[in-house]
Design a protein around this ligand. Structure first.
Ligand code: COI
Length: 354
């Protein structure tokens, strides 16, 4: 364990911050002044640096471009009312990054590199953390194979980078989602529970088909029978049926979402019965039809809690209860926001102050 990471810092000559209006940013298109980079070769991480955010020089034969040995994470930082920068559950993201790394034959990243790289970067770019309602700093750590080699084998060299982006909400309106009954996001024994780049590329075509039909995203179902729900777009999915909060149990086809974990913990503490189990398409459609489906939402870092307004299944369109009338998802989002922004105390030690 390295006590203090030797990070070589090159600052921007002039910050770009004065040109940015946090209220007008489009998700994922505005980047802070700096980024953190670490290199991996000969079995160790080295050459830690922070440099101005900018382009990389890469070989056209770089293996991750061809074979997808690449993974990423997403987490957020918030500004407390007193101006402190709070990162939400970063160690959970690191643990998941390392789970993805093992699945993708990539090197794990030690905690000190992740946390010191992240906190040094956020300290430099702290003025970029918005403090306006509904805004945050989205943090994108990612790792990719850098061997200049066209043969297929795990790369010997990797780059790990963290850059940041001030954001507002990911979705600007309640979701219209379509239940997917042909394509699959993941299958048993595949890479569904790893946050690897290829999972997202494979989802684009079916998602686009649903978008062409007026939906925002897909409700993914299991690859074998398309009978059980898995995820919603790039998020985990929750249904409130009667008094119970129900979500698909984690398997190796479902990403272990950190927002998912937080939702479950909060709901249980409020005395709500939470079921993590196989959730059938049939029972949810039945609950919509007999008006026992009270709430439905996606949960993920980028979107936080994204209410589902409309569900399409085959040729049927179901309109779910009015969003403003829903209690649970609204209460969860409010509580999460209070904790993440330090407006209320954090009994769970989810936030890390830099
Ligand atoms: C996240 O919620 O952080 C995600 O990974 C979604 C992303 C594809 C924007």
């Amino acid at each position: 364990m390295i006590e203090t990471l030797p990070i070589d810092i090159t600052k921007v000559a002039k910050s770009n911050l004065e040109n940015i209006d946090f209220e007008k940013v489009v998700f994922g298109k505005t980047f802070t002044d700096h980024m953190f980079i670490a290199e991996y070769s000969e079995g160790r991480w080295h050459d830690f640096k922070i440099v101005p955010y900018g382009n990389l020089s890469i070989s056209p034969a770089m293996s991750s471009l061809h074979y997808g040995q690449a993974l990423f994470e997403g987490l957020k930082a918030y500004k407390s009312p007193s101006g402190e920068v709070l990162i939400f559950r970063p160690i959970d993201n690191l643990n998941r990054l390392n789970l993805s790394a093992r699945r993708m034959c990539m090197p794990e990243l030690p905690e000190d590199i992740f946390m010191q790289g992240l906190s040094t970067l956020l300290d430099l770019d702290k003025d970029w953390v918005p403090n306006t309602e509904g805004s945050s700093l989205y943090i994108r750590p990612f790792m990719f194979a850098t061997d200049e080699y066209v043969g297929i084998r795990p790369s010997d060299t990797y780059k790990f980078i963290i850059f940041c982006s001030p954001v507002k909400s990911y979705y600007t309106e309640p979701l219209r989602v379509k239940i997917e009954t042909f394509y699959s996001r993941a299958f048993e024994g595949g890479t569904g529970n790893a946050k690897c780049a290829g999972n997202y590329a494979g989802a684009l075509f079916p998602a686009k088909q649903s978008q062409d039909k007026g939906f925002h995203q897909l409700l993914w179902t299991d690859a074998r029978e398309h009978k059980y729900f898995e995820e919603s777009g790039t998020m985990n999915v929750f249904f409130q049926i009667g008094n119970k909060l129900i979500t698909p149990e984690l398997t190796n086809t479902i990403l272990d979402g950190i927002t998912r974990r937080s939702v479950i913990q909060l709901a249980k503490e409020w005395g709500i019965e939470v079921e993590q189990r196989k959730v059938t398409v049939a029972e949810v459609i039945e609950a919509i039809k007999n008006n026992t489906l009270i709430d439905a939402f996606g949960a993920g870092t980028a979107a936080t809690i994204a209410p589902i307004a409309v569900v399409g299944h085959n040729d049927d369109i179901y309109t779910l209860p009015e969003i403003s009338q829903r209690e649970l998802s609204i209460k969860i989002l409010k509580r999460l926001n209070e904790i993440r922004t330090g407006v209320s105390s954090d009994p769970y030690n989810w936030t890390v102050k830099i």
